[in-house]
Design a protein around this ligand. Structure first.
Ligand SMILES: Nc1nc2c(c(=O)[nH]1)N=C([C@H](O)[C@H](O)COP(=O)(O)OP(=O)(O)OP(=O)(O)O)CN2
Ligand SMILES: [Zn+2]
Length: 148
């Protein structure tokens, strides 16, 4: 249609791309800021001293301009590499509380895990592109963090 810019190549388009990654890890919910009794009250079965495991599923979403030359917001192959470095190497088949120094003093809830992944993913990818970290801790428990 004359005068329409809907399909104009000059129109800037914003896209969102997501890559999904699963990893397995164990943890125990236990806060160093609470007494043993309060830890049991707050975290219940998840405070069991021997811990428990999850098959986490993480969705990493990137937001940005769809580049006119490449047709991409970001090359998913590059995102895959960031995910390998930030999620798989430090977290897969690990005890989050004992193997990941960040969680020595930070309780390994899925909220805090999302913050950990966000903070490290931001450093690994081009500026202002990371949009959202979504973690499925179980089929029923899902956490979203957007860097706020
Ligand atoms: N706000 C949060 N609450 C809880 C977290 C968390 O990370 N953030 N984590 C846990 C436990 O680690 C655990 O993951 C809960 O497991 P569970 O209750 O077994 O999981 P489901 O609810 O999916 O299982 P059901 O089948 O419904 O028992 C607890 N709280
Ligand atoms: Zn758990």
């Amino acid at each position: 249609m004359a005068g329409s810019s809907e399909n104009d190549v000059a129109t800037e388009r914003i896209g969102y791309i997501t890559r999904v990654q699963s990893f397995s890890a164990c943890h125990r919910l236990h806060s160093i800021h609470l007494s043993d009794e309060d830890n049991k009250d707050v975290y219940g079965k998840c405070n069991n001293p021997y811990g428990h495991g999850h098959n986490y599923k993480v969705e990493v979403t990137v937001r940005g301009k769809i580049d006119r030359l490449t047709g991409m917001v970001m090359n998913l192959t590059d995102l895959k590499k960031c995910i390998e470095d930030v999620i798989m190497v430090p977290l897969d088949h690990k005890n989050l509380d004992k193997d990941v120094p960040y969680f020595a003093n930070v309780v390994s809830t899925t909220e805090n895990l999302a913050v950990y992944i966000w903070d490290n993913m931001v450093k690994a990818m081009p500026p202002n592109m990371l949009y959202e970290i979504k973690i499925h801790e179980t089929d029923k428990n899902i956490v979203i963090y957007r860097g706020e």
